[in-house]
Write a protein that binds this ligand. Structure first.
Ligand code: NAD
Length: 253
């Protein structure tokens, strides 16, 4: 059995991944802001440091895989949290666990989004890719919620693709899933909203496969990329979105 770590395992997609890994008998270290083995706020540098220290203390002999799944959407009151949690809460942890992952030829599955290709601010994405958290946070509060969110997920996918050769040379595979609309606590508020609810239902009706994603759909894809069945797949951004991206951008390959 393997030893894995993940973030965002308390609810939604992360909870489905947690359930599957534990049901398969793997040892799993969960970091989250609540209901976790290591309770840490990934929106702060201190929280990320505590998360890394906690994982390292429990996995000194190495990790077979890591799934940084914690994230927040763009509609939260403090939009500066979006770059901090979604981007820095992911890349700092992947980088900080790299040696443990290399020790066991581990695999990393990031959680981007099918909104990653949406229009956003290139300045914002560049601030993220440059590791300039203060600038990214400053830009985020002046932007609309959706481009703040989609930009964080675009930067994650671009960061992942840039790191692939270097990590692969030490035996660590990096891949990402790009979920489409998936019914979790993150999306429940929009569905219940009297104004947004109808728009969400129209959006879902337009999904080619005709339904919303479920956390298990995302967990299935993440576990495939995490495990040995995908050992030659490296640098993939796997759209798990019922065909929405193909419908929206048929010529983008
Ligand atoms: P969710 O709200 O159910 O799960 C998010 C998890 O992250 C929770 O366990 C939460 O406690 C944790 N978290 C939030 N802020 C944190 C912080 N500051 N520190 C530590 N943990 C924190 O939502 P979800 O839909 O399951 O989202 C999981 C991932 O999937 C996120 O990265 C999200 O951006 C991504 N995603 C979701 C959808 C969707 O439609 N649901 C679509 C694309 C991408």
């Amino acid at each position: 059995m393997g030893r894995y770590a993940m973030t965002g395992g308390a609810t939604g997609i992360g909870a489905a991944i947690r359930t599957r890994l534990r049901a398969a008998g793997h040892e799993l270290i969960v970091v989250d802001i609540k209901d976790a083995d290591i309770v840490a706020n990934l929106g702060t540098a201190d929280g990320r440091r505590a998360a890394l220290e906690g994982i390292r203390a429990r996995a000194a002999e190495g990790l077979d895989g890591f799934v940084p799944c914690a994230g927040v959407n763009g509609n939260i009151p403090d939009r500066a949290l979006v770059p901090s949690v979604n981007y820095f809460g992911t890349v700092e942890l992947v980088a900080g666990l790299r040696d443990l992952l290399a020790a066991r030829k581990g695999s990393v599955v990031l959680v981007s989004s099918n909104s990653a290709p949406h229009p956003t601010s290139e300045d914002y994405v560049q601030a993220l890719l440059a590791g300039d958290e203060a600038r990214a946070r400053q830009l985020a509060v002046s932007m609309d919620g959706h481009p703040v969110y989609s930009g964080s997920k675009q930067a994650l996918a671009r960061w992942m693709r840039r790191q692939v050769p270097d990590y692969a040379q030490t035996g660590v595979r990096l891949n990402a899933i790009a979920p489409g609309y998936t019914q979790t606590p993150m999306t429940a508020a929009a569905e219940a909203d009297p104004e947004l609810g109808d728009a969400v239902r129209r959006f879902l009706a337009a999904t080619p496969v005709g339904r919303a994603g479920q956390p298990e759909d995302q967990a299935e894809a993440a576990l495939f990329l995490l495990g040995p069945a995908s050992s030659f797949i490296c640098g993939a951004l796997l759209y798990v979105d019922g065909g929405f991206d193909a419908m929206s951008r048929p010529d983008a390959i």
